[in-house]
Design a protein around this ligand. Structure first.
Ligand SMILES: [Zn+2]
Length: 237
């Protein structure tokens, strides 16, 4: 098998995976109309697979997914790439461990972004998944590297895989595209729960040492090898 055909096989598989992962965005009601996008890095290549711009979720196919370089230039595909491609590309260029990026305007997480307020770490689930408060990133206009730079500057030194871009909405990252989708689902869930908690009174913060203990256990001790591959184990926590 030549190198080229191996890349073709990997890209073809990623097109299928990225297409299928978009179904989670609609299933969990994280997106409306054509908003939102999932991308995946092509391992070992300066390439990414991402949703096309303005595509209807109901008719999305694997073949519709476009391949871009890590500067957002179209490499392969019949449709124009997502309008957020430059932000995804910036993240891949500057965070080598990231294999997947997701963006939505999910209601509760975006409501926190509108207020420019981090989601406080008041639940063990937030400590597990985000390792502390879910941070807010800067206000940034679309059209250049501003959004990508804001994501990277906020998440580079954070344990959180999610950033609430101010006045915009959540961007999430992961080792894989599936991990990034999971973070997008989880950030909306905790944004909703903490919002509801706030209606009834002040939520109680978790002590920093306990946040770290929870995060370390969940990320490292709690069956890391199987955590992302074994949904049964994931459900048993
Ligand atoms: Zn957006």
């Amino acid at each position: 098998m030549t190198i080229t055909s191996e890349v073709d096989r990997v890209v073809s598989e990623l097109r299928r995976q990225v297409c299928d992962l978009h179904a989670h965005l609609t299933h969990y009601e994280l997106v409306i109309w054509t908003a939102g996008n999932v991308s995946a890095r092509v391992p070992g290549r300066d390439l990414m697979v991402i949703k096309p711009s303005g595509a209807d979720y109901d008719t999305l196919t694997a073949e519709d997914m476009v391949v871009c370089d890590l500067y957002g230039n179209l490499v392969d595909g019949a449709l124009a790439p997502s309008s957020d491609t430059a932000a995804h590309a910036y993240v891949y260029r500057h965070m080598p461990a990231v294999g997947g990026v997701v963006h939505t305007h999910s209601t509760y997480a975006t409501a926190w972004a509108a207020r420019g307020e981090p989601i406080p770490c008041v639940l063990t689930m937030i400590a597990d998944e985000f390792g502390g408060d879910v941070p807010v990133g800067p206000f940034a206009l679309i059209g250049d590297d501003s959004i990508g730079r804001g994501i990277v500057d906020t998440l580079r030194d954070s344990r959180s895989p999610a950033v609430l871009m101010r006045n915009h909405g959540p961007f999430t990252i992961g080792r894989t595209a599936r991990d990034a989708v999971k973070a997008a689902v989880m950030v909306e869930d905790v944004a909703r729960t903490v919002h509801i908690s706030r209606q009834l009174g002040d939520a109680t913060p978790i002590a920093a040492a306990d946040v770290s203990a929870l995060f370390e256990r969940y990320q490292n001790v709690y069956g890391q090898a199987g955590r992302h591959a074994d949904p049964v184990q994931e459900d048993q926590r």
